[in-house]
Design a protein around this ligand. Structure first.
Ligand code: AMP
Length: 502
């Protein structure tokens, strides 16, 4: 009886005595033990009432047990719904109300505050801690170590992942078995993963990057993972010599570069570093190669689509670009629904087996963004060159319209980033009485330095038309980022929104 995702990722682990997970505390978990854990959890969850098609919402600390809950949910034919560990009770209330899960799993320390939320939304509440304790584990203790997964087709849903929702409410992206499996297979092949790979996994598993890109690819190819609770620099440096691959957000790479222990010798065993989820500065790409001799491979994707583009494994990995469309993914760049000329800025649209099934219970939002002919409007603005390489210039909602002119923040940011004393910058549009929006630049100071604002103004004046010049610049210690390393421009707009209005 088929269950496509379980059969490909989890079923093959049964009975294998090899190590699957190396944990931060030195413990190892074999593939067989992980499979047995998945089976016991699935029986426990079934006992707790989970049936095929039910949602299982999970807000727990990263652990092998949490990853096994993903496998168990899929085995039951249910829908895995991981939630960011930073969400508050009020936010959880929204997600449980929207998704109406049968079961909600949280950390034991949050049971008191979240029990009323679960109850109000009709979800059964069980707990699971980062060290593998809690009521779910108690319920799983004496359960059978084998299981027969529930029959599913490739079109059935395996997961709902809520988008980070920087504007408006988060939307639940519905992902089918085929969406996840097809993308994992393409990535495994494109990045040449095999069962000899050891993936350093320091990403959260409530997000597509750590859960699907990293875990699915490693599980599909029968490899091992060094499974760390998060990005702890000491742990990452200690374990890098044992890994062959790492997937990270750009801040992983900047933090590694800040440490003199990052050397060619340290990464001598590594064959591939991959970056995504936020733009990797060209300067980081180059500095990393200078220090280690390895070129980071940058790729681009999103919750709704899995991965869309990637730099090549063997060919030219171009700094500042996210590479070419992956095999099987169609990509076009449009403005007002028409393809733009090569090199012109437009919105990225994608179509392919990776593209999600729509937003959970939001048919109108789905219609707006996912066309009937299968093209999905990503909301990302980019150019594509004659070789097919895509360069992202920003989110459409971050585009600034000042005095009727369009300004792409990235062209201003690139100039400001190169100014002495500037680590990085964020350029946003703020309401302005004359211009509609005015350009506002936030400069983060480089460690122990002070940005030279006169040099910044001069650099902008020399390179950009006047309407693109920031009307104000401020200096801060660091830009606000979310857990995936994305700069939170919405937050900057909120904090500084009245700058030009008083
Ligand atoms: P999420 O759904 O949280 O994974 O966010 C997806 C968004 O992250 C995309 O729509 C892009 O705006 C951004 N993103 C992902 N990868 C990259 C990348 N390599 N470079 C620039 N932006 C990226």
């Amino acid at each position: 009886m088929p269950n496509p995702l379980f059969d490909a990722l989890f079923a093959p682990l049964a009975g294998q005595s090899r190590t699957l997970l190396h944990l931060g505390d030195g413990r190892q978990i074999t593939a067989a033990a992980f499979h047995a854990l998945t089976a016991r959890l699935a029986h426990a969850m079934r006992e707790a009432g989970v049936e095929p098609g039910d949602r299982v919402a999970v807000q727990v600390t990263k652990s092998p047990e949490a990853l096994a809950v993903y496998g168990a949910t899929v085995a039951l034919g249910a829908i895995f719904l991981p939630l960011n560990t930073a969400y508050t009770a009020a936010e959880i209330d929204y997600f449980l109300g929207n998704a109406t899960p049968r079961l909600f799993l949280c950390d034991p320390g949050k049971v008191v505050s979240l029990a009323p939320v679960a109850q109000r939304n009709g979800a059964q509440l069980l707990s699971l801690s980062g060290d593998g304790q809690g009521s779910l584990i108690d319920l799983a203790a004496d359960q059978p170590k084998t299981l027969v997964p529930v029959d599913r087709t490739g079109r059935d849903l395996a997961a709902i992942l809520y988008t980070s929702g920087t504007t408006g409410r988060s939307k639940g992206a519905m992902l089918s078995h085929d969406n996840l499996l097809s993308n994992a297979a393409v990535l495994a092949d494109h990045w040449r993963f095999t069962n000899t790979d050891v993936l350093l996994h320091a990403l959260p598993i409530f997000h597509t990057h750590g859960l699907f890109v990293a875990s699915n690819v490693s599980l599909l190819t029968g490899g091992q993972m060094i499974f760390l609770p998060g990005f702890d620099l000491e742990q990452v440096i200690a374990t890098l010599p044992h890994a062959t691959t790492m997937m990270g957000v750009p801040t992983f790479y900047t933090r590694l570069l800040d440490d003199p222990r990052l050397t060619r010798e340290l990464v001598g065993h590594m064959r591939l570093f991959i970056s995504g989820s936020a733009p990797l500065l060209s300067e980081t790409h180059i500095a990393f190669e200078d220090r280690t001799g390895l070129r980071i491979l940058e790729r681009y994707g999103m919750t709704e689509t899995n991965m869309n583009t990637s730099n090549p494994y063997a060919g030219d990995r171009r700094a500042g670009t996210v590479g070419q469309p992956l095999p099987g993914v169609e990509l076009r760049i449009t403005a007002h629904d028409l393809p733009v000329a090569t090199g012109e800025v437009g919105m990225i649209e994608v179509r392919g087996p990776n593209v999600f099934q729509g937003y959970w219970q939001m048919p109108e939002k789905t219609r707006e963004e996912l066309r009937e002919d299968g093209w999905f409007l990503t909301g990302d603005l980019a150019t594509q060159d004659a070789d097919g390489y895509v360069t992202i210039v920003g989110r459409a909602k971050d585009l600034i319209i000042t005095g009727g002119y369009n300004v792409y923040p990235k062209e201003v940011e690139e100039i400001l980033d190169a100014v002495p004393g500037v680590l990085e910058s964020a350029v946003i549009g703020l309401p302005h009485p004359d211009f509609g929006e005015a350009i506002f630049a936030v400069l983060a100071r480089a460690k122990g330095q002070e940005p030279d604002l006169d040099a910044a103004k001069a650099a902008v004046a020399e390179r950009l038309a006047r309407f693109k010049h920031p009307k104000a610049m401020i200096v801060v210690d660091a830009l606000p980022r979310n857990t995936m390393g994305k700069v939170q421009k919405a937050e900057l707009r909120k904090i500084h929104g009245k700058w030009f209005q008083s």
